[in-house]
Design a protein around this ligand. Sequence first.
Ligand code: HEM
Length: 200
Amino acid sequence: MTPARRIFLLKVVIHLGALFPLVWLYYQAFHDGLGADPVKAVIHFSGKGALNILLLTLCISPVAKIFRLGYLINVRRLVGLYAFFYACVHLANFILFDLQNDFSLLLSEILKRPYIMVGMLALILLLALAVTSPMNVRRKMGRNWQRLHNSIYLIVLLVCTHYIWSVKSDIIEPIIYFGITFFLLFFRKDKLFRLVKNRF
Ligand code: HEM
């Protein structure tokens, strides 16, 4: 199979793999299939989905290096954009179903619940990465592009903090997510030490 064909097929799999769970989620939500608290279920599903896809984005370059699958780098942008898309769906679920579309409540929620402020900060940074992801913007930004996109490491730590702060009792799962995040950051330890030394 030619590399171009392989990339095309991989992109098809990514689109289906990202979109199908959301279609299934809303189908279940509108057919009473999400249990006693469907609002909580859709917020959690989309939030966890965004975090999982974010971690998947971080897996791509170590996997490409270790298994010599260079073509995987071609789908990194698409996977990253789906992490942003899921995060937007997560926020939309929160505003539409939890706050009942009352935007004025959003500001008070941000001020009242610090974990929401942390989530908002992560989403703003993700937005910056998404809008600067096209190749022509990357070329125009030069070295600043890499500087900005290094904030992916901060974003994933912010999201794990948002997660652990949001849970009331069972912190085992968010701790596991922190563990996976540190494991993936360990692969970039040299780069991260350099970034910290040069103050980003
Ligand atoms: C835009 C700002 C955000 C708001 C307003 C927000 C809101 C929320 C809310 C209300 C919860 C549920 C807390 C509860 O159960 O009481 C939550 C959980 C969560 N959020 Fe966010 N969030 C934001 C950003 C993000 C982002 C950017 C991500 C990931 C990229 C994310 C990932 C998660 C995760 C993983 C959980 C835990 C889900 C679970 O317990 O199963 N959130 N968020």
